[in-house]
Write a new protein. Structure first.
Length: 433
């Protein structure tokens, strides 16, 4: 009997290591079919999940129902599992270099729990070669076992999009790979239990790793082009969104838009590829250029606003600005690598007084991550309002709503980063990327 059949018959258990935006949805989907152990290093998060609460606020209580899952923060419990899925974060450090600490730590924990016949599948986004060159040696060292002979390893990149209720683990084709044909077959069949869209069997682990990393690199480069165009069009006094709307009438025009590119995927993954490319004595030009443009947009937007405040006759030291939205994207609580923080920090460096609000972000987390306070209350005398994130709560705001935020202020300014109020603002001074 192979591992897939044992899982299906509940003669073996599957573990998911890392229960964040990626890990928890996968764990719960599998738990509707087979027996699952959900592991996370943070006991407070685990306790919430035991009470059917998603700490990331993505899933509802009903998503926990009818699930055969045991939540734990004790790595010893991983010994009860035979098929391990690693879905921990893979961030970058302050020098924009890969920080493999979480995935290597998870490898140590799983390695200690490995037994003959076990499987380990990595979902964390890494550079091509990381699974085989960095992770497998740890698994072998900790377990005393040999990969391929005693246990199997695969890579199946996560494709979960935070805040997206349409494109989910079930509806997105899953790329899978294994260290040999046997492992590939078992890994594919296991994921087919929960992925109704089916799986794509990659010919090698490195191909699967590379496929994931270029998905986000491609988006990053295309958004960078839009951001660069917005800088050019701004100097020409042309609205970028008007241009994109016109160009979009051609059937093969690719629809990308300017904006602040943050988060734990698009704003991070290209750096992993750049890092690995240098090992092969190649210094990526386009990827690095795209990263430079996108990493600069928060600062660029702040400087444009400061220029407009000065042009409007404002004293910068006494100017008040309200920034609406602090998360890295709309309708999520995730603040990781939010480029809104760059915008705010740059405004403050000029002496601008800034209030920040967000209906989703945790004030404590935002303070801890960026040293910036979210405001509990707002005033009605802002010189400018910046709508930085297009949360649903902001989409239907009218010009009168913004005028109420800027009462009795001369030459008030509305900065609409995502262009959601284009052609709706008639009286306020309006600017977007």
């Amino acid at each position: 009997m192979n591992i897939y059949e044992k899982l299906l018959n509940k003669e073996a258990k599957l573990s998911v290591i890392g229960l964040g935006y990626v890990g928890l949805p996968i764990a719960l989907e599998f738990a509707k079919k087979i027996s699952v152990i959900g592991f996370d290093i943070k006991e407070d998060r685990v306790e919430k999940m035991r009470n059917n609460i998603d700490p990331s606020e993505e899933l509802e209580t009903k998503d926990f129902e009818d699930c055969d899952i045991f939540f734990t923060a004790n790595p010893d419990d991983l010994k009860q599992a035979n098929f391990h899925i690693v879905g921990v974060p893979t961030p970058i450090d302050k020098h924009n270099l890969p920080d493999l600490t979480p995935v290597l730590s998870a490898s140590h924990a799983v390695g200690k729990a490995l037994k003959k016949g076990d499987y380990v599948v990595y979902e964390s986004t890494v550079y091509p070669g990381c699974t085989e060159e960095d992770c497998i040696p740890i698994l072998e060292e900790e377990s005393g076992l040999k990969c391929g002979e005693d246990f199997k390893v695969g890579f199946s990149p996560e494709r979960i999009n935070p805040g997206d209720t349409v494109n989910t683990i079930k509806t997105i084709t899953k790329v899978v790979s294994g260290c040999d044909e046997i492992s590939l077959n078992n890994i594919a069949k296991t994921y087919e239990l929960v992925v109704t869209a089916g799986v794509h069997r990659a010919p090698s682990i490195k191909v699967a790793e590379a496929a994931k990393i270029i998905e986000n690199t491609q988006r990053d480069v295309n958004i960078a082009l839009m951001n660069e165009l917005s800088i050019i069009f701004n100097r020409m006094d042309i609205n970028t969104y008007d241009v994109l709307e016109a160009a979009g009438t051609k059937w093969n025009f690719l629809r990308f838009y300017p904006g602040l590119v943050g988060g734990h995927c698009i704003g991070v993954d290209p750096y992993y590829l750049v890092y690995k490319a240098k090992e092969y004595r190649y210094h990526p030009q386009i990827i690095n250029s795209g990263r430079f443009v996108n990493d600069s947009m928060g600062f660029y937007t702040a400087k444009q606003l400061v220029k407009k405040l000065i042009a409007a006759g404002k004293n910068i030291q006494y100017s008040k600005v309200l920034v609406m939205g602090a998360t890295f994207k709309e309708n999520v609580s995730d603040i990781r690598n939010s480029k809104v923080a760059d915008l705010i920090t740059e405004l403050k460096s000029y002496g601008v007084n800034v209030d920040i609000i967000d209906p989703y972000a945790s004030p404590d987390e935002f303070k801890h991550e960026y040293g910036l306070e979210l405001s509990e209350k707002t005033s009605t005398n802002y010189d400018a309002v910046v709508v930085a994130v297009n949360h649903d709560e902001y989409i239907n705001l009218a010009e009168s709503d913004f005028k109420n935020m800027m009462q009795n202020v001369s030459n008030p300014i509305l900065v609409d980063i995502k262009g959601i109020y284009r052609n709706k603002i008639k009286e306020l001074q309006y600017w977007s990327l």
